[in-house]
Design a binder for this molecule. Structure first.
Ligand SMILES: [Zn+2]
Length: 207
């Protein structure tokens, strides 16, 4: 997909680091993962635990879940590390819906994403440092459909004429930076003109 290929987060300010001590590399039996499952259950989030997988090229989905019910329908969510899934559900509940009601006077009926897992390097080059997407530890969020049928997109509304929509998107970006380790939006670099990139890698970093 073109949109996925466009997400090349080379602006992410993390140097090379051994993967073993990086966040988001805990397998499904890791105590942190099991605690995360309990958090999801307590917060009434529907999910399935996925098998740990290695895809070659260093790409993995370890300790991942498939979200099935977070209170708001979301498109294109694949495997997500449990901490990423937990923070995504919290961001939707605590930031997205309140901001929609406050700035736009309507709840969000659907969140549209460009997906989560993708095996690729940060520069799209063999041998380059892998993106957090290559560990199912990142999500790209593109648009929000409101109950009143309006569709707010990062591409059209981040710098658009509609002040309410601009304030709504800025509230989501700001809240995302609190919920996730890394938050990147259209102001970070040209690759992010049409989506927010959120991941649970080495942070905090917000731009
Ligand atoms: Zn991304």
């Amino acid at each position: 997909m073109l949109a996925l290929a466009a997400c090349i987060p080379r602006g992410e300010p993390r140097g090379p680091a051994p993967r073993t001590d990086a966040p988001g590399r805990a397998d499904r039996n890791d105590p942190a993962t099991l605690q995360c499952h309990l958090d999801l259950a307590r917060e009434r989030v529907g999910f399935r635990v996925l098998a740990d997988r290695s895809f070659g090229g260093g790409c993995t989905a370890l300790g991942a879940v498939q979200l099935t019910e977070i209170g708001t329908p979301v498109t294109n969510l694949g495997a997500m590390t449990c901490p990423l899934a937990r923070q995504f559900a919290r961001w939707t509940r605590e930031t997205v819906q309140p901001a929609a009601n406050r700035h736009l006077g309507s709840p969000v009926r659907r969140i549209e994403t460009f997906g989560t897992y993708a095996c690729r390097g940060v520069n799209g080059q063999a041998g380059a440092r892998l993106s957090e997407h290559a560990f199912a530890n990142a999500v790209d969020v593109a648009a929000f459909v409101l109950a009143d049928e309006r569709r707010i997109t990062v591409a059209d509304h981040w710098r658009g004429d509609d002040g309410d929509a601009r304030r709504f998107l800025r509230a989501l970006h700001e809240g995302g930076c609190r919920s996730f380790a890394i938050g990147l939006g259209p102001d970070s670099n040209a690759y992010h003109y049409n989506h927010f990139h959120f991941d649970m890698g080495r942070g905090p970093y917000c731009r």
